[in-house]
Design a binder for this molecule. Structure first.
Ligand code: SAH
Length: 253
């Protein structure tokens, strides 16, 4: 069943009601996916709500759809998982956002650190953020996620550290030279505390974190953790870390 993100649905959509598809959904469903009148699809609003609909009429510029039913609301995630990602080139970043969404990240926090080799000016940043959002939307469409992960505007490193200053958060920054492994840290965390309300995972740029950044991370209450003996690409580290967190505490368990 094709799924499309329906950003701002009218309130109180009821079965039997007919709606005009917003331009973005029309483009995607009719022009790209070539749905025809009579075809069924699912629309979701990114806040956990979704509807089964049937396309009833299509012309060159617009399509109407009938609401068949509202699907049961998607359960809220057990806790939030924020993936803080050093901004990288387009492809690895897209990969990390796509796989991160599939693996249940609830928020993405791009950041610039000292060794980030990508810096975007404001105009390019805006376009890139739109592109990142489209990657996240399309991953949600594909994987059945009805809660759209949040995407923050890129922060500088210190602000990314501060963004995690919430009570009962587990904060891990990934560093291949850390003493503790992520599975060991998760094991200790589980033994010590009940389920956290939020988990933050920070992945560095290809050049890694500087020692000053590692000190700042420790001072801000983040634990350095490693993922085995090999150096992973940042996007691989992000997906592996998220998988371990979800397996230890979340919905892969
Ligand atoms: N040259 C860098 C490697 C950076 S890899 C260095 O030696 O640190 C890019 C990012 O992926 C790193 O900043 C780190 O956050 C993460 N990463 C890669 N391999 C890792 C590992 N084995 N354990 C933990 N984090 C890792």
């Amino acid at each position: 069943m094709p799924r499309f993100f329906f950003e701002t649905p009218p309130t109180n959509l009821l079965p039997g009601q007919e709606i005009c598809l917003p331009d973005a959904v029309f483009h995607h469903a009719v022009r790209v996916r070539r749905l025809k009148s009579g075809d069924a699809c699912t629309l979701f609003d990114g806040n956990g709500n979704a509807w089964r609909v049937t396309l009833t009429s299509i012309d060159k510029r617009r399509a109407l759809a009938r609401i068949e039913s509202q699907l049961p609301p998607a359960p809220m995630p057990l806790f939030s998982v924020t993936l803080a990602l050093a901004v990288t080139a387009v492809e690895p970043m897209d990969w990390a956002l796509q796989k991160g969404t599939e693996l249940g990240a609830t928020a993405f926090l791009p950041f610039y650190s000292e060794r980030s080799n990508v810096r975007l000016n404001d105009a390019r940043q805006e376009r890139r953020s739109e592109h990142w959002r489209a990657v996240i939307v399309s991953a949600c469409e594909q994987c059945g996620q009805n809660h759209l992960p949040q995407l923050s505007p890129p922060q500088i490193f210190d602000d990314a550290l501060k963004a995690a200053e919430t009570a009962s958060a587990l904060r891990f920054f990934l560093d291949a030279d850390a003493e503790q492994t992520l599975p060991a840290a998760l094991h200790h965390a589980r033994a010590r505390t009940s389920l956290p309300t939020s988990v933050f995972l920070m992945v560095g740029p290809e050049g890694g974190f500087t020692s000053d950044e590692i000190c700042a991370g420790h001072a801000a209450g983040w634990q350095a953790v490693r993922l085995g003996p090999r150096i992973l690409r940042a996007e691989t580290a992000a997906a592996a870390a998220l998988t371990l967190v979800q397996a230890a505490l979340g919905d892969l368990a």
